[in-house]
Ligand binder design. Structure first.
Ligand code: PEP
Ligand code: MG
Length: 590
């Protein structure tokens, strides 16, 4: 029966596909598609590990003393029985052979499907067998980790292709598009999924500007977050429509609903084609103001998308993504240097703004479970971004040296997140000087950088003049500026309705920051999600903003707004919006 679940629209478009449920606790398990040629190998890999675990248990049984408690022998029997369970074995085979999941993914998917059945059981004894199943699956996974190396992910030829609605109705085999449904996905895990071809994402939790949502948006596929209960209500393999425009999930859609969404999907494609024609058009307003449209990226390879979209530089390279999902092993100076160099070369002479690492809050290096950083009560107010860097000078120096070295290969801006105190500014600048001095002493080539600070904390926005004494340019991080001004956790869907970019206080801080930079003839960019929101473009132009940094997929739509704008008229209108108690109402009816 068709039903819908409402959430927050975070990445535009419509996706239709079968649900792949990924439990958050399993997000660290590798998820990738394998080539058809590797199906047999992959099945053998799980089977081999399952057999090895069975042998281990049988050995344990033999070694048990005669007077061992009955509970232990019974437990080992249950584990053996579960290892031979037909539903587990045939299910795993199905996910590998029919869906081309890698072995670990197939095993955990089948575990989740059976675990749900256990949850629904009336008999408490049987219900508790779920824990045994989990232990058995953990043992197999552990064995696979230590055993023969896994097969490689599918190459281009074997990778799934995205499908049209037409294909979808005809074809119900391996080629069916998949949509990912999870309670939550960390930004690091989301990055891992970036390699695969999910047609859409949905999570139970998360806010519009949570980092998970930002990465989903960067994948340019429809996504809905904060869809409460989605991972419970949707079952493995259910048909799901993800409406990333309206923030709605439609589960088990009827043919009429499917046809309607298929139509919307095609309309979206047409709109994208129309926008594509603006790629080479300079971003100049009707009254001749040239506007700088920059790209936000997470990885060096993202520069390809930035160039394709016509970005005139990278306004924000979130370097922390190089630090995530590596079990706490930080990238060393050389690895970072190569990554930054790749991004710089990828931009072909256009400037690249590398932000120093912003770990903390919702961007943990690894899965949060058991991590000390996660136990803090207010991680967004804790050791995050520059605070984290200044707390570990050797780590920070390695990053600074890597950036300075990479600056030999093209124009680089070095951007520092979350600064608020003058003492932090001075400490940061002295570490940058120190990093350069060590390179010079070792005769290691390094290049010039322009220095920028992010304005993300209201206190920083209120002391812009102090910042301008030290920095060449500022970049307003509206995602955090809104979070800290309104005291609304940007990743918490339960307060998402209060997360308001148009709050008069937020607009005032932005307007004053832009105005002060203009007065002092210093560059100012907005690199938060507000920059890519077409609903805000006219207001930001009216407030005097001339440099916007956003995900490449948003650039053309923003450019379209710019081409139709007259900044003189917008400046007058923006003044009334700023003075209003209800700016959102004026924005809706300009
Ligand atoms: C911001 O806060 O607006 C920003 C761009 O930084 P991040 O989203 O990575 O915190
Ligand atoms: Mg920020």
């Amino acid at each position: 029966m068709t039903f819908s679940i409402h959430g927050l629209a975070v990445s535009r478009g419509i996706a239709i596909g079968r649900a792949v449920l990924v439990a958050s606790s399993r997000a660290d398990v590798a998820h990738y598609f394998i080539d058809a040629a590797n199906i047999g190998k992959e099945i053998t890999r799980v089977r081999g590990s399952r057999n090895a675990v069975m042998e281990e248990i049988m050995r344990l049984q033999q070694e048990l003393p005669k007077d061992a408690p009955h509970e232990i022998t019974a437990l080992l029997d249950v584990h053996l029985m579960l290892l031979q369970d037909e539903q587990l074995i045939s299910g795993v085979k199905h996910w590998i052979a029919d869906r081309h999941y890698n072995a670990e993914w197939a095993l955990t998917t089948q575990y989740d499907a059976i675990a749900r059945q256990f949850d629904d059981m009336e008999d408490p004894y049987l219900r508790e067998r779920k824990a045994d199943l989990e232990q058995v699956v953990e043992r197999i996974l552990r064995h696979m980790r230590g055993a023969a190396s896994p097969v490689q992910p599918a190459g281009q030829a074997g990778a799934r292709r995205k499908q049209s609605q037409q294909d979808l109705l005809l074809d119900d085999t391996m080629d069916v598009p998949l949509v990912l449904v999870a309670h939550d996905i960390s930004p690091a895990d989301m990055l891992q999924f970036k390699q695969s071809l999910f047609a859409g994402f949905a999570t139970d939790v998360g806010g519009k500007t949570s980092h998970t949502a930002i990465v989903a948006r960067s994948m340019e596929i429809p996504a809905v977050v904060g869809a409460r209960g989605a991972s419970q209500l949707i079952k493995q393999d259910d048909w799901v429509i993800i409406d990333g425009d309206a923030g709605v999930l439609v589960v088990d859609p009827s043919p009429i609903i499917l046809a309607e969404y298929g139509f919307q999907q095609r309309q979206g494609e047409l709109e994208r084609e129309r926008l594509n024609r603006l790629k080479h058009t300079p971003a100049v307003t009707m009254d001749g103001q040239r506007i700088e449209l920059l790209a936000n990226i997470e990885m060096p390879d993202d520069t390809q998308g930035a160039i394709k979209a016509g970005a005139v530089g990278v306004g924000l390279f979130r370097s922390e993504f190089l630090f995530m999902g590596r079990s706490g092993n930080l990238p060393d100076e050389q690895e970072q240097y190569l990554a930054y160099r790749k991004a710089i070369e990828g931009m072909q002479g256009l400037p690249v703004t590398i932000r120093t690492v912003d770990i903390g809050a919702d961007k943990l290096m690894d899965r949060p479970i058991g991590k000390a950083q996660d136990r803090r009560l207010n991680p967004a107010l804790g050791l995050r971004a520059i605070r984290w860097s200044l707390a570990d000078p050797p780590m920070f120096l390695a990053q600074l040296r890597a950036i300075l070295r990479a600056a030999v290969h093209g124009p680089v801006n070095l951007l520092v997140p979350m600064l608020v105190h003058a003492s932090e500014i001075r400490q940061t600048l002295s570490l940058i000087d120190h990093a350069r001095a060590t390179l010079d002493n070792q005769s290691i080539a390094n290049g010039p950088v322009r220095l920028g600070a992010m304005i993300e904390i209201p206190a920083a926005a209120l002391t812009v003049r102090l910042f301008l004494k030290y920095f060449d340019f500022l970049s307003i991080g509206t995602n955090d500026l809104i979070q800290y001004t309104l005291a609304i956790d940007r990743a918490d869907e339960s307060v998402a309705h209060l997360y308001d970019p148009c709050h008069p206080a937020v607009l005032r801080l932005i307007a004053d920051t832009i105005a002060e930079c203009q007065r002092q003839d210093k560059g100012v960019t907005i690199c938060g999600e507000m920059a890519g929101d077409v609903g805000m473009t006219r207001l930001l132009l009216g407030l005097g903003l001339r440099s916007f940094s956003m995900h490449p997929s948003q650039i053309l739509a923003v450019k379209q707004k710019i081409l139709r704008a007259d900044t003189g008229k917008l400046a007058l209108w923006a003044a009334t919006v700023l003075a209003s108690d209800d700016p959102a109402a004026l924005l809706q009816n300009p």
